[in-house]
Design a protein. Structure first.
Length: 184
């Protein structure tokens, strides 16, 4: 059960990594937005990807403003990736165009929290589970081809039925495979 759960989570993590890689490439050609729209809320959020970066923005206000004509829910937009106003915004950041900015306008009761991160940085944690899965598969295959117990790594070539180290039964496909020369 744990192995199946690990395999499933590894597959989901790999899929998320591939989606982030596609977003990374897409962000150099078009800027894409994902907004959460709630016409009567005091909190508004949006995220957009542009030039290999992802921007997450959270705006809070003390006043509830009714915005007429907006349908509640998620909204996606995209446009060409050459914005002059984004270049001026990026000049205010440190850490090589990445970082955190908090803007407050007390007269309007407005707080704006903006985080800018490179998309590749978000991809790194999604690669941990697939890499672990791949290393485990490789280690098990090497143990199987060398005649070792896949669980503990004990040499099973001289043991007829069970692993003397961990007690697991030896299956038929755990016999060592001899290297054959196909050219002879």
């Amino acid at each position: 059960m744990r192995r199946r759960l690990f395999n499933f989570l590894s597959a989901v993590s790999l899929l998320l990594c591939l989606c982030l890689a596609a977003l990374w490439v897409f962000s150099y050609f078009r800027a894409g937005w994902l907004d959460w729209v709630n016409p009567s809320a005091t909190i508004n959020t949006d995220a957009f990807a542009e030039r290999g970066q992802i921007h997450a923005d959270l705006v809070t206000t003390k006043k509830r403003e009714q915005r007429i004509g907006l349908v509640p829910g998620f909204r996606m937009r995209s446009s060409p990736s050459d914005f002059a106003d984004l270049a001026s915004i990026r000049d205010a950041f440190s850490w090589h165009d990445y970082g955190y900015v908090h803007t407050s306008i007390p007269e309007y009761g407005l707080n704006d929290y903006l985080i800018i991160l490179p998309i590749w940085l978000l991809m790194l944690p999604t690669l941990i589970l697939p890499a672990t899965w791949l290393l485990r598969r490789r280690r098990a295959r090497l143990r199987r081809t060398r005649g070792l117990c896949p669980h503990c790594g004990y040499d099973l070539r001289a043991t007829p039925g069970r692993c003397p180290e961990c007690g697991r039964p030896k299956s038929e496909d755990q016999s060592p495979r001899m290297a054959t020369n196909e050219h002879e």
